[in-house]
Design a protein around this ligand. Sequence first.
Ligand code: AMP
Ligand code: MG
Length: 353
Amino acid sequence: MILAKTEILKVSKNADTAEDIEKLKFASDVIKRGGLCVFPTETVYGLGADSLNEKAVKSIYEAKGRPQNNPLIIHLSDKRDIEKYCETKGVFGLDKLTDLMPAPLTVILRAKDTVPKTTTGGLDTVAFRIPANNIARKLIELSGTPIAAPSANISGKPSPTGVKDVIEDMDSKVDVIIDGGECDIGIESTIITLCETPPVLLRPGKVSFEKLCELLGEVNMSHAVLDSLKPGEKILSPGMAYKHYAPDKPVFLLKGSTEKKINYVNEKNKTEKTAVICYESDRESINCKDTLCAGSENDNEAYAAKLFSLLRKTDKLDVDKVYAFLPKDTHGISLAIYNRLMRAAAFNVINLE
Ligand code: AMP
Ligand code: MG
């Protein structure tokens, strides 16, 4: 059920005032009635609906223009709800991962019959997450149902990390948008499947591959994390097969020493209108039309937090091409930055090493 007008409600990050609760009750009524509500999480904004209501779930796919075989993550507010929707008995490593929750971590398990196939994109597995953001958890709790919520962007575009970006993609397509400020992490949750032995990392995020290996012993990394797929190749995470995170302008990734990257973009800017996404310390030496800084080279968490909003910003600039500096390695959150940038750039890497 879509209302004629999208209601925008500002809620404080703690979600603890009487006014906040009133607004969240309003939003949870929308969810209960089968409507759509965009809400903040610590990763990115989510486009939420009741994951047990097939009609409501279908309207998520429609609002995003998302292929119906690309499954949704169900969001819970309480660990005790996991076993209502997932087969949990005897699953190796599950307790170690639930100990981290609430967290920017999504776990895939075998689904119980309680979860509609529309939500799982037809799969017999289901992805669940307990978000750390207070607004998100309170909304789920008040709704009394797991909320299916992909990122609140039009399919293929960078995920929204602030309410202005949400409005751009979702205004008049959803009943409510909850404005909870900027998302802290800025890239989507880590996804791991426990349906394989050893477990497989499907999407990197703030909970790092190294941390998962430390907790679980052995973890494989899906080759789709860093590589492009062969046409028709079948993978564990259907979403990895689609175009993703891409602004309108073509994006090229630069790998190599800082000096070589700077020289390259300055040379290109002589004949092209270029935008560059780089580190703060590189700004002085770059002569491009638009220089967008993602923080310090020693702080890739700041790069992650700003990445999607910078990619979206390039759509509004009068430039022909976007060049982005890749982090020096793929450790910790840098693996997630690599993974998102590779897709945003359709795997166009210029190796200057
Ligand atoms: P988004 O909701 O936009 O953050 O994307 C969620 C990602 O999780 C997509 O890449 C989906 O393909 C993936 N996903 C969700 N459920 C499953 C599942 N049951 N098995 C494998 N991948 C899943
Ligand atoms: Mg998404």
